[in-house]
Design a protein around this ligand. Structure first.
Ligand code: ATP
Ligand code: MN
Length: 458
């Protein structure tokens, strides 16, 4: 269908004024009077609506009846004219109605609550709020690829169905083709008879595969969905989220921290530059001062504190935390929030966590108590990146795995990376959905993607 994107008309109005244009879209608002009728049209290519003007002498009630309703879809042809108020508008000459929209269309009002919109996810993309979210999410994904591509990383695809559970990252969803049956005598027998001949599930992280790829390709990243059967019903956990995981050979913990900070700043800058209207929308309606916050982040160094120092800061804070703080405990959301929102007031790397609360593959520090791991915490959300240098010494890695009682035979290929030409290397994992929250001010991770999956809800 030959037509032009509304975005193009607004981006280069002068070039089109006085010419005939054909546009398509959905009616956002419709107003009628004796002499003229107006429709605000949105085609999804940009946040702004295009005003359509109908001369009532040329368009009868019968012709307009089906389109003067919110949600109807149409195509029009007419002259583009300059308008002081709207930038430009179309003086309609020809009208094609695609689909009218009956009165039970749920998006009649100008504003709806996010809770209500969550009950109609299939229609959310037709609101300004979600148009803005999806525009930012789209640009962010592009910016992420762009950052890695222009810095020499290779994009690799890790399997989604996997037999390795990246120990400790989270509960796995199981994948099976078995119908319900009581005939198997043991779990082993049940798994052995299944499609792959063993127990498999959906990947919780591509890290272990990513490490293997980096041991030949040097710098890689994966970018795909990860699945976690977590029962944590929070505003920042999904059962299916989009995971960005770079892995870098010949990089130690300080190198990867530098990369992570440069990466985060680069993608923030990209979105601010390329989604100005959407960012204005969030700044005005969702989080006041959002743009100032992000610009401040671009112009300052991220904070850095050791876990041990963080524990001291929390203990001296005089705050009544629900979960008391002592060395060795995992930091809870309330602790992370105090550190980022109240104490440091900016993104913060917490480094050198106790080895007991972190994964087996993290590099053990010389103190014998901590590992070279860091979480990047941001105000308002908490953790957005989990990062570490990987243990590349075979003996130390085996010690850590044995201490956790892990079945070494399941990790033979992974251990080969330490056996054959092992090198220092590091990587991190970023949740795309969480960085969307940070960049938009959206408070609930369920509002960052089209169809959120979380426990009990699909
Ligand atoms: P958290 O402590 O917040 O549960 P985690 O320690 O389980 O995070 P990692 O396993 O290190 O997180 O995963 C790396 C990144 O993936 C996290 O920093 C976060 O951005 C994202 N992430 C992890 N779990 C989820 C989830 N359930 N939903 C959305 N994003 C997630
Ligand atoms: Mn988790």
């Amino acid at each position: 269908m030959k037509h032009i994107d509304v975005k193009k008309l607004f981006a280069n109005t002068a070039a089109y004024v006085g010419t005939d244009v054909t546009v398509c879209g959905w009616v956002r608002t419709a107003r009628d009077s004796k002499s003229v009728a107006f429709i605000e049209l949105n085609d999804g290519t940009c946040l702004r609506n295009l005003q359509l003007v109908f001369d009532r002498e040329k368009f009868s009630d019968a012709q307009l009846g089906d389109v003067m309703v919110v949600g109807a879809s149409l195509m029009v042809k007419g002259e583009l004219i300059a308008s002081e108020r709207n930038g430009c508008e179309v003086n309609v000459r020809e009208l094609t109605v695609f689909g009218s929209c009956p009165g039970d269309y749920p998006l009649q009002k100008k504003r709806h609550t996010l809770e209500f919109l969550r009950t109609i996810p299939h229609l959310r993309a037709r609101t300004r709020y979600f148009e803005s979210v999806f525009a930012v999410r789209d640009r962010l994904s592009f910016a992420i690829h762009n950052y890695f591509q222009s810095n020499g990383y290779k994009y690799v695809h890790a399997p989604i169905i996997t037999a390795s559970d990246c120990e400790g990252a989270g509960e796995m969803f199981r994948v099976t083709t078995h119908p319900w049956s009581t005939e198997h005598k043991s779990e082993e027998e049940y798994n052995a008879a299944d499609f792959f001949g063993k127990r498999v599930g959906l990947s919780v992280s591509a890290q272990l595969e990513g490490e293997m790829a980096a041991m030949g390709l040097g710098k890689i990243y994966t970018f795909g969905p990860s699945f976690r059967a977590e029962h944590s019903n929070t505003t920042r956990h999904l059962s299916e989220f989009w995971h960005v995981e770079p892995e870098v050979a010949f990089a130690e913990i300080d190198d990867i921290i530098e990369i992570a900070e440069d990466f985060i700043k680069s993608i923030i800058r990209d979105v601010l530059e390329n989604c100005p209207e959407e960012m204005d929308f969030f700044d005005q309606w969702v989080e006041k001062g959002l743009k100032d916050k992000l610009n401040h982040v671009l112009n300052s160094d991220f904070g850095r504190v050791t876990y041990t120092e963080a524990v001291e800061i929390l203990q001296k804070s005089g705050k009544e935390f629900k979960y008391p703080v002592e060395w060795g405990c995992d930091l809870q959301t309330e602790h992370e929030k105090y550190l980022t929102d109240e104490y440091f007031k900016k993104p913060l790397f917490v480094v050198d966590y106790p080895k007991e609360i972190k994964s087996f593959y993290m590099k053990q520090n010389d103190d014998g108590k901590t590992v070279a791991a860091t979480d990047l915490l941001v105000p308002g959300i908490g953790e957005i990146i989990g990062c570490s240098e990987r243990e590349w010494d075979m003996d130390k890695l085996l010690d850590a795995m044995n201490a956790r009682g892990m079945a070494l035979e399941s990790y033979r290929e992974y251990l080969d990376t330490r056996k054959f030409g092992s090198v220092p290397h590091s990587g991190f994992g970023l949740g795309l959905d969480r960085i969307v929250m940070y960049l938009t001010g959206v408070q609930n991770i369920r509002d960052t993607l089209l169809f959120p999956r979380s426990v009990g809800s699909i």
